[in-house]
Ligand binder design. Structure first.
Ligand code: GUN
Ligand code: FE
Length: 425
């Protein structure tokens, strides 16, 4: 067991920021939190304390939607909308991952940056290439960070160089599952079924992936209702579907196993009801939605309806890997939405946005993202002393860290109780 002492902040509920100044947190050898205390508990009186002094101790971040092979395009090529952006910039970059040596180079940088930014859990799109995708999984296992890794399925409306077959994606996903089970990594790194989006997957591929989900119980991730042209295209491609979400649902890819749907900028009516009924997660990517002029997802409405909402960077449509920046964008975009709806849709509070990046996203991985007993200890130690020259309150310090801080302020990182050192290659 380990006993840590610091200024502890976390959000057990969206609008409840729990603050324990100079508090204690006991972490079992299993990596689970035993308890959290205002004073040193009597039963641990003789225990050594690992004291982080005046630093902040917060839950680590969870990025529920990110494209590892787009890492090199980050901060570039944001002058187009989604569909031409994919064809012009994104597909040609993803093509390069046929070369697994190239993949290793980029994927190491990508995982290193997740570590730097304090993102201890992620749900990642790889590419159609099984060898490169297996290497990405290896790099995560070595780093000790949790991740769902998706071998991408694409077999229509995509360049030949970036198409696989239904058999390729099914066999590849099965092999990745078997490989990770045999390699053994305490289930921190796992596969996720990943049809890119409806326009790039035939009905046959969607059906086979849905059957695979039903057989294996593996979770699912994809894109949904991101951009108006995309939605119109899906209507033409899938005339029998009652909405975009139904094109996934009819094949068992919409909450039949745990499911992440990125964007949902235009999700409403039947699609919203279906997401709610099936417990599908909305992964809100406000940085991406701003960059590709996609739209403003109605997050307040989703929250009011009790829909699960998490946050994602969506690199490289999002231009930054920092979940701090995503929290900030989520609040700012919600304020634009508030103005646009004449105040009908209340904007997100700091506490709510922090909750989305920690406990809400963490729930996809189990008991992750909070400091309650039984939760996995995923945590960051933050030194904000250079921002705290005027004795701000702990709540103000968190606010300033979110708006003004960055990865350099993170001094220690823990995933499931284990301290993770910087990956070196
Ligand atoms: N829809 C299908 N593929 C992609 C992608 O790579 N990024 C984003 N933002 N949307 C997509
Ligand atoms: Fe995406």
């Amino acid at each position: 067991m380990k006993l840590y002492k610091a200024n502890i902040l976390f959000t057990p509920e969206p609008n409840k920021l729990e603050i324990i100044p100079n508090g204690y947190i006991a972490v079992l050898n299993s990596g689970l939190i035993k308890g959290i205390y205002k004073e040193k508990p009597e039963e641990y009186e003789w225990r050594e304390v690992i004291d982080f002094g005046d630093k902040l101790l917060i839950p680590a971040f969870n990025d529920l939607h990110v494209h590892a092979p787009q890492y090199r395009n980050m901060g570039l090529a944001l002058d187009l909308e989604l569909l031409p952006w994919l064809n012009t910039y994104t597909f040609p970059e993803e093509r390069k991952f046929a070369d697994y040596q190239y993949a290793i180079k980029i994927y190491r940088r990508f995982v290193h940056e997740l570590w730097m930014q304090g993102t201890m859990r992620s749900s990642v799109f790889a590419t159609i290439h099984p060898e490169a995708t297996r290497r990405l999984a290896d790099i995560f296992v070595q780093a000790g960070m949790g991740s769902y890794i998706g071998l991408v399925g694409m077999n229509r409306n995509s360049p030949d160089f970036l198409c696989n077959s239904t058999k390729d994606v099914i066999d590849g996903t099965r092999m990745l599952k078997k490989y990770l089970e045999e390699r053994g990594n305490d289930d921190l790194v796992k596969p996720i079924i990943t049809p890119r989006f409806v326009p790039s997957c035939s009905d046959e591929m969607l059906k086979a992936l849905g059957d695979l989900a039903a057989e294996t119980g593996l979770p699912v991730q994809s894109h949904l209702s991101e951009n108006r042209s995309e939605i119109d295209w899906v209507k033409q491609l899938e005339p029998d579907s009652t909405c975009y979400g139904d094109a996934y649902n009819r094949y068992g890819l919409f909450g039949q196993t745990p499911t992440l749907m990125a964007h949902c900028c235009y999700t409403d009516g039947e699609e919203l009801e279906l997401m709610k009924r099936n417990g599908v997660y909305v992964v809100h990517c406000p940085m991406s939605n701003s960059n590709l002029s996609s739209g403003m997802a109605p997050i307040r409405k989703f929250l009011n309806e009790g829909i699960n909402v998490a946050l994602g960077t969506d690199v490289s449509a999002g231009h930054n890997m920092s979940m701090l920046r995503v929290i900030q964008y989520a609040i700012q975009v919600s304020k634009l939405h508030y103005a646009q709806t004449h105040g009908e849709m209340q904007f997100l509070s700091l506490s709510e946005a922090f909750y989305l990046a920690t406990k809400a996203g963490g729930s996809f991985f189990g008991k992750v993202g909070s400091f309650e007993p039984g939760y996995e200890f995923d945590a960051l130690v933050v030194d904000d002393s250079y921002l705290n020259y005027d004795n701000y309150t702990l709540e103000q310090r968190l606010e300033r860290y979110i708006y003004l801080g960055d990865d350099r302020d993170i001094k220690r990182r823990f995933c499931r109780g284990k301290e993770l050192v910087e990956p070196v290659y």
